[in-house]
Design a protein around this ligand. Sequence first.
Ligand code: THU
Length: 131
Amino acid sequence: MAQDLIELAQAVLHKAYAPYSGFHVGAAIRSASGQTYAGCNVENASYGLAICAERSALAAAVSAEGATLRILEVAVRAERPGLGAHGASPCGACRQALIELGPEALVHYLDLQLRPVSRPITELLVDSFRL
Ligand code: THU
């Protein structure tokens, strides 16, 4: 079921703008409405401005569906061009960003040994910050 989402994440990582790290990341989100949204990482000469693929996909999803967005699933894929696939789970900041609109979300990624992992966001981030 997650295969289409994984393929979307894999496809969009080729759009990454990552001239500084050389680390290309793609993320895809499936919402409760059944729609899918993709995003890649976008870096900047001012390094700290980089946006991760997961938050890029989140921005696309919210822009399309607004505040009622409910995230069901997230897929992440990463590559270093010329070197091939690389494991990548969402960073801590992205976990916090995703859980806000997807507390029941299941996250699909590759671990550092390139083994597929599917884990609830609540396992990836316990006691997330809430207001
Ligand atoms: N990156 C992501 O896109 N997602 C993550 O969860 C971790 C890191 C990006 C940010 C930066 O452009 C590059 O990977 C190297 O850190």
